[in-house]
Design a protein around this ligand. Sequence first.
Ligand code: ADE
Length: 241
Amino acid sequence: MRITVLTLFPEMYQDFISTSIIGRAIKNGIVSVDFVQIRDFAHDHYKHVDDKPFGGGYGQVMKCQPVLDALNSVKTEVSYSMMMSPAGNVYTQAKARALSQKDHIILLCGHYEGFDARINKHVDELVSIGDYVLTGGEMASMVIMDSVIRLLEGAIRQGSTEEESHENGLLEYPQYTQPADYQGDKVPDILLSGHHAKIQEWRTKQSLLLTKQVRPDMFEKHTMTPYEKKIWDKIQQEENE
Ligand code: ADE
């Protein structure tokens, strides 16, 4: 996979692309990441990439010409281009999975008060990473890159992404490690029992209960597997006893 980031601040990515799992994935050739400095496409002497909004108002708006010239310099037939925007479709794990199948992703990052609206139709999608406003799209693009790269084959151990929160529409069950007793705070006995079926059942139960408590919206939307339904019925039965 190739990821191209269009930005005014490529230096923001240096630690991100050289550290931990992302750094290793790049070093191992699982993904290649390149940066395009939007300012390089400005024509005027002062390399302006933004201007005042028509109609008045605060801030500066990123101009069509440098942004679209930068975009067109990297776009190919296989590219999937996304503009980072608080007014975009909200990003999800399902979207990360879908993006992990693409050959080339382009992430367009703005600063100031955002982009001239005529740019929108030149990208495949506007994407928001959540209902809050950032000073620029760079952090949002790193969130997308991180969540996609870790799903690529060889980036992390096979199978370790499958039981995570959001992968099956539920939050992940709680995990514990050594010591089994930390200053009197003990790990649930079942996890030390070595009884795999019972551990699986406990984990599914915790996953269902946690999701219902913390994310009732997710719980409502979730269609239970027959196994989950069996466990959920048991929970309800226990509650009614
Ligand atoms: N740019 C500013 N805020 C953003 C957000 N929430 N998501 C994506 N890009 C943004």
